[in-house]
Ligand binder design. Structure first.
Ligand code: IVH
Length: 685
């Protein structure tokens, strides 16, 4: 569709009445919105920002309200989401999964309250609940007699996709409710999302492997839940937070606050930043609070949802075709903008990977000026067909590094230039290599200064030990002054070394030294993650801690030992082996230990279930639950699942027709459990 087709000819406009112009504008927007909705929901390739789309959508709703006879059959306002994918079975929602109307400012929030009061003929104040609006994928979980039997996406609001197997892999989704008398039927609703940390690790791994990257955590969550193979979904770091039930009246509760408390009690995660508000002023205050903390949250929220607290009032208010009358959403400022890609710089990372970085015309992105954004690797540049001089769409989500989503190719003038990858390391000049099957160019000179300084920045930074005062700039400064050359050197820094540096004084030097000392007491998982071993982020590091329990055990382990951990593949195992075999790396670790490294218990240990320290292996066919469910329940109870027999296996669950594995189990002394003994053990009785 060309621009000429959608812009009303100004000559025509002058011949029409205001009403005719509005009606024409309505069909014009409808066409545009349908195009953009298709690009967004179906093709996952929008050419306008969410903010611009929302503005169009709002204009459409306003016009449709004024001309109800003009609401077309194919109006997106009749639909609540994207169509279900054909490959999945479908599930019909007993109660439609509705969408939310938006309020864009305080005035519109007051209008919302006005409408409520008018509708209910109320004059007294109304209590509200204000909740963060999580940016993931809405799902419904169906529990019969307390057991999860099905789960679905929202789909078109009435019929969603049956993604039960994938949902079962999400650790925070209870497979069984922890309540003595569960309701016969309970449909729980909430959001599946991917926390930033897992998202970043997933994309880093995909970038290394040359796979296409997910544009944002929401897409990554949606893509993971739409996997037909639930084993893939199981490896994705998904999380779930619930915010309601389909039919709250069935629970004889009084309010949304009660509903959340009930859901929490029976085993669900609810959001901690939910607030009861007595009036619009309190709602606005909570909005500002959420805007303020948003950048520090480990997951993305894209707004706030305001709900009437009383379930009785909710029932009286009911719903319109698309959205309930008792709730409204307030979106946060847009996190996507367009700007010019002015040049490309190449940065050497801690593993030698050379990453292209876009230098952008400075642009304000929800309150932060952005001038640089990652381009990931050459394959991504080619896939997005980016060129220097392009107008590009840039996004920032929470603490995720800003990234270039795409070029607005429609805006090209013809003088844009191809991005050329370097042949030599921009730091040390060594020839760059691209290993077989890898997507990234790499500087293999281990003494390349850029790599060494990056490794220290990682160690002291947020993904590492998070030492206050030793951010990127400070580390670069100390490195340039030859005061540090590796991570162990930071523990040799003296007050004098630091206090005389430009911009430092005695006070900041003392503070940094104290923070460095404190960083020596840390959990094993965090320390391993801080080492910056290729492919080993916080998630894998935690697995290592759980499996080996001590640094000595990890340093003694061979590739085969690493491979025994569920969730550790060949690539990770060989990277770990290479790292811990390297004498230079070992010496650095020994040196840090000499400075008094002390490991603390991790938070995880507080959460251990009744299967902690158990490693299960399944053999034969299970009859009362699927293998996937059995695995998920083991994980939920704090245990691990092995894929093959080894000395680490502590329990073998023998289903029907259990084979040779049983004999082996006897040999290694693992406990053999029948299926019912196993389910009994899980329930902790
Ligand atoms: S209430 C009928 N509460 O926002 C009420 N929705 O447009 C609708 N969402 O995709 C749901 N956080 O999944 C509600 N605290 C929250 C929410 C929330 C995120 C999503 C929801 C849906 C969209 C509604």
């Amino acid at each position: 569709m060309g621009e000429d087709g959608v812009q009303l000819n100004s000559y025509l406009k002058t011949c029409m009445t205001k009403k005719e112009v509005d009606r024409a504008r309505l069909s014009e927007i409808l066409e545009q919105i349908n195009l953009h909705a298709h690009r967004y929901y179906v093709l996952d390739d929008p050419i306008i920002s969410d903010f611009e789309y929302d503005a169009l959508y709002r204009e459409l709703l306003e016009l449709e309200e004024r001309f109800p006879d003009m609401v077309a059959d194919d109006s997106p306002s009749r639909r609540v989401g994207g169509p279900p994918l054909v490959q999945f079975a479908t599930i019909e929602h007993r109660f439609p999964m509705l969408s939310l109307e938006n309020a864009f400012n305080e005035r519109e929030l007051l209008d919302f309250e006005e409408r409520l009061k008018r509708f209910l003929k109320l004059s007294h104040p109304i209590d509200y609940i204000a909740e963060p609006k999580l940016d993931g994928l809405a799902v419904e979980l169906i529990y019969e007699h307390g057991v999860l039997v099905a789960g679905a996406t929202r789909g078109d609001g009435n019929v969603g996709e049956d993604i039960t197997d994938n949902l079962r892999t999400v650790a925070t989704i209870p497979l069984r409710l922890s309540v003595a008398n569960p309701p016969e039927l309970l449909e729980v609703r909430g959001e599946v999302f991917m926390p930033f940390l897992g998202f970043r690790e997933l994309n880093e791994q995909r970038a290394e492997e040359g796979e296409s990257l997910f544009a944002n955590p929401r897409n990554a969550a949606a893509g993971s839940l739409r996997q037909l193979d639930s084993r893939i979904a199981a490896m994705r770091p998904l999380d779930f937070c619930c915010y309601g039930v389909a039919d709250p009246t069935s629970l004889s509760l009084q309010s949304q606050a009660d509903t959340l408390a009930y859901l929490q009690k029976i085993g669900f995660t609810t959001n901690p930043h939910v607030k009861k508000c007595r009036d619009v002023q309190a709602i606005i205050e909570h909005y500002h609070y959420l805007v303020e903390i948003r950048h520090r949250l480990p997951y993305d929220i894209d707004g706030m949802v305001i709900k009437v607290d009383s379930l009785e009032l909710q029932a009286r208010l009911g719903a319109k075709a698309r959205s309930p009358r008792w709730a409204v959403a307030m979106k946060f400022p847009a996190m996507q903008v367009t700007t010019k890609l002015e040049a490309v710089e190449f940065q050497v990372g801690r593993t030698g990977a050379v990453t292209p970085v876009a230098l952008l015309a400075p642009v304000n992105l929800a309150g932060v000026v952005v001038q640089r954004a990652t381009l990931h690797n050459e394959a991504e540049i080619r896939r997005k067909d980016l060129r220097v001089g392009d107008e590009v769409l840039v996004q920032r989500a929470g603490d995720v590094i800003p990234e270039v989503v795409k070029a607005i190719s429609e805006k090209r003038k013809g003088d844009e230039r191809e991005i050329i990858m370097p042949e030599n390391c921009p730091c040390c000049g060594s020839f760059l290599l691209k290993a077989e099957g890898e997507a990234v160019l790499r500087c293999v000179n281990q003494s390349c200064a850029a790599q060494r300084v990056r490794a220290i920045i990682h160690y002291t930074g947020k993904a590492g030990l998070d030492i206050e005062g030793l951010g990127r700039r400070a580390v670069e400064h100390l490195f340039a002054e030859n005061l540090i050359g590796n991570i162990a050197d930071i523990y040799d820094l003296s007050l004098l070394d630091l206090a005389v540096l430009d911009g430092w004084g005695e006070k900041s030097a003392k503070n940094v030294l104290q923070a460095i000392q404190q960083s020596l007491t840390i959990s094993l998982g965090k320390f391993i993650a801080a080492l910056g071993i290729r492919y080993v982020g916080e998630v894998t590091a935690q697995l290592l801690e759980g499996h080996f329990g001590s640094l000595d055990n990890i340093m003694k382990a061979g590739e085969q030992d690493f491979l025994e951990i569920e969730g550790v593949g060949k690539q990770v195992a060989s990277s770990l082996t290479a790292y811990f075999k390297n004498t230079q790396e070992r010496e650095v670790i020994v040196k840090i230990r000499e400075h008094g490294l002390t490991f603390t218990a991790t938070a995880n240990e507080d959460l251990v279930g009744n299967c902690a320290a158990c490693v299960f292996l399944f053999t034969g066919t299970l009859t009362s639950l699927s293998r996937n469910e059995a695995k998920a329940r083991v994980k939920e109870a704090g245990g691990r699942v092995a894929s093959s027999m080894s000395k680490k296996v502590t329990h073998v669950v023998a289903g029907e027709k259990a084979g040779a594995k049983l004999k082996k189990a006897e040999e290694i002394g693992a406990m053999i459990l029948s299926e019912s003994e196993f389910t009994h053990m899980l329930s902790g009785e």
